[in-house]
Design a protein. Structure first.
Length: 141
């Protein structure tokens, strides 16, 4: 297979896998850690208003969704890319970072969560995913 096509497919697969992991954790989160009484997540506006009711434990699920989704996506992209494997994994981290920035702008949240999420859940997890896929330290990484 052409290396460019293989790289594009690896990145698309990484985005899909990362998104599925993210959505799965976000969907399961309230079943494990119930939302506070009165919280409404039916619309973006309602979610933004409901965040005032959240305690730190309620931010665990979104953080894990962002971090583990990025990690899984970066791993897949780096594992299956033909060339520039480390760049593909870190690129997934950048892709999801853009989504994280968008979410922070639209939803807000406490400063400590925004900082932790944007600084720890994306680029470091992209790097770790590429590393776990064996992309670091290779000649074509």
């Amino acid at each position: 297979m052409n290396p460019i096509v293989k790289n594009v497919l690896a990145v698309v697969a990484g985005i899909i896998v990362g998104s599925v992991v993210n959505l799965g954790i976000v969907s399961l989160g309230p079943n494990i850690i119930p939302l506070p009484d009165g919280a409404d997540t039916s619309t973006m506006e309602a979610l933004r208003e409901s965040m005032k009711l959240y305690t730190p434990i309620h931010f665990l699920s979104p953080f894990l969704a962002h971090a583990l989704g990025t990690l899984a996506g970066a791993f897949v992209a780096a594992k299956f890319a033909a060339t520039h494997r480390a760049r593909m994994g870190i690129g997934i981290g950048l892709f999801f970072l853009l989504g994280g920035i968008t979410a922070v702008v639209q939803l807000g949240g406490p400063l400590w969560f925004k900082a932790a999420d944007l600084l720890l859940a994306y680029i470091p997890m992209g790097y770790l995913g590429a590393k776990l896929a064996g992309a670091m330290g290779t000649e074509e990484a």
